[in-house]
Ligand binder design. Structure first.
Ligand code: XMP
Length: 519
């Protein structure tokens, strides 16, 4: 499915900068569809009429290292407006007859730039005489191509902003896409609206309309199955498909017995009763517990759960006749190839099980309606689709569930204790308005018992660990600093209310070196 078919867009050509995704996001935040492609993949023949502007990203190479056979330079001569950022700016100068060399003074961090000439690109950008911009470069342009003019300079970069007005080519040595650059958004907005003359076409509402239309076309009179976990992505996919194809959608929700307290009830109430989605509820608690008996190795747990989940899903999917499609909640960052951009290392450290990663051998065609969206766009789309704020703002929950928050053996007794502890913790976060300030929080049950004293009696019970972290994307994380009064309140509540726990500890490690989950 290609969402971009009928949409005008700004194309971002990626040269490997760590900020490339930010450029895409900034443009989308301004209400314009933008897409990312690798400089090695895009050819000038693929630049269609609906590409109204091109941005060349920064990158770690220098222009002489760039494999010119891989990058099609004809793209620079199509007459489409181009903005080059950092390395992209150097490429524009180099390939138009200018000179790029190693800088005498490298610039990393903030620099001040001054206006030298007028340009459409800087309309209302210089709100002050000097603007602070974020630089990150070791090379720089030393000689401008003949048709280029200086628009702004910094102390160390004479050519901080340049333009070739007639060719509609612009270059900036700094990064307007990062928030440290003052008024960077205005510069990007000038480029897309005043220079590329693209119209706003990107909002949750337009995405909803476009996606529903495309899903309808793709599915026709066929049936679709979807694994629903109750997490944000699969919930948004389910509701989108529900709006598009109604009863031709079959969602399968597997209760592994390792979910959070009351989770299965919430999912059934929301999706079956309220949203009237065809929901097949599979209670597989017993099967999971049986298969996990005597297993304490974290990787074995993950593999058993992942495999069993797929087996059960397939078992139930087979019961529905004439299914042709499998819907998945793949997101845009999963799709972008460049690992240096997404930087995912986690899958090498743990075998992730995700309802999104369903069986490839099922012989079904994939529907991935969210594959051009970022997580925050998915959340907004969810609200547009009338999913509740509660579902949309839920903390991430791993596919293997409570099994990986319970190091050691998994028993029914431990699951029961852990569900309660986690419930009290999350309730307390909500009560104190902390839930939405925290990226993810949970309780875990450690496989050690310690001695305590309650009402003059000796106790010998489990240790409960609480974890609450702040993060951007789960790749790195820091622990959340609670007030003593809060941590005291929740510790008392857990120990006093739950038989089986007599001690609470708070995890103060960041990621790295720890991971977010315990296993
Ligand atoms: P770690 O523990 O690797 O977790 O730092 C990073 C993020 O990923 C979530 N997580 C998972 N999500 N299936 C998932 O869908 C999994 O197997 C899985 N393991 C970890 C974790 O909750 C955190 O948000």
């Amino acid at each position: 499915m290609s969402l971009d078919l009928n949409l005008d867009k700004i194309l971002i050509i990626d040269f490997g900068s760590q900020f490339t995704q930010l450029i895409v996001r900034r443009i989308r935040e301004l209400g314009v569809y933008s897409e990312l492609t690798s400089h090695k993949k895009i050819k000038s023949s693929q630049i269609k009429q609906n590409i109204k502007g091109i941005v060349l990203s920064g990158g770690p190479l220098n222009v002489y290292q760039l494999n010119q056979n891989l990058f099609d330079k004809k793209i620079l001569k199509l007459g489409i407006p181009i903005l080059g950022i950092c390395f992209g700016h150097q490429i524009l100068s180099k390939f138009n007859g200018g000179k790029v060399k190693q800088s005498k003074h490298r610039e990393f961090g903030l620099a001040n730039i001054n206006k030298k000439n007028n340009s459409l690109l800087i309309k209302n950008f210089f709100i002050k005489k000097r603007i602070k911009v974020w630089m990150s470069h070791a090379d720089q342009v030393y000689k401008l191509p003949k048709s280029f003019k200086v628009i702004a300079s910094s102390e160390n970069s004479k050519f901080a902003i340049v333009e070739s007005k007639n060719e509609k080519i612009f270059g900036v040595q700094f990064h307007p896409e990062v928030t440290h650059t003052e008024n960077g958004r205005k510069l990007i907005s000038n480029f897309i609206f005043d220079i590329c003359k693209i119209k706003k076409n990107w909002s949750s509402k337009s995405q909803k309309i476009q996606l529903i239309k495309e899903v309808k076309q793709q599915v026709g009179s066929n049936k679709v199955i979807c694994a629903l976990s109750g997490g944000v992505d699969s919930s948004v996919v389910a509701q989108l498909l529900n709006k598009a194809i109604g009863k031709k959608l079959y969602c399968i929700f597997v209760n592994t017995g390792l979910l959070r307290k009351n989770e299965e009830k919430q999912v059934i109430t929301t999706f079956k009763k309220r949203l009237k989605i065809n929901l097949i509820y599979v209670n597989a608690e017993k099967e999971f517990i049986k298969r996990l008996r005597n297993i304490s190795d974290p990787e074995k747990k993950r593999k058993i759960i992942g495999n069993l989940f797929i087996k059960i899903f397939e078992r139930y999917a087979k019961k529905i006749k004439n299914v042709k499609f499998l819907a998945q909640g793949t997101l845009y960052p999963d799709l972008i190839e460049s690992k240096s951009v997404t930087g995912s290392q986690t899958s090498k450290i743990k075998s992730h099980h995700n309802v999104g990663g369903l069986p490839k051998k099922m012989n079904l065609n994939l529907i991935e309606p969210l594959k051009f969206l970022f997580k925050d766009e998915v959340r907004k789309l969810g609200l547009e689709l009338k999913l509740s704020k509660e579902i949309i703002s839920r903390h991430p929950f791993p596919g293997p569930g409570l099994a990986i928050r319970m190091p050691g053996l998994i028993t029914k007794e431990k699951i029961k204790i852990l569900k309660e502890a986690d419930h009290y913790f999350i309730q307390a976060l909500r009560k104190h308005n902390l839930y939405n300030k925290i990226w993810q929080a949970y309780a875990a049950l450690l496989p050690v018992k310690t001695v305590g004293v309650m009402g003059d009696n000796r106790t010998y019970e489990y240790l409960c660990l609480l974890r609450a972290i702040t993060s951007q994307d789960g790749m790195t994380a820091d622990f959340y600093e609670f007030k003593k009064s809060f941590i005291q309140e929740i510790s008392n509540k857990i120990v006093n209310s739950i038989r089986g726990i007599n001690r609470v500890v708070y995890d103060i490690t960041s990621k790295p070196p720890s991971t977010i989950e315990l296993e």
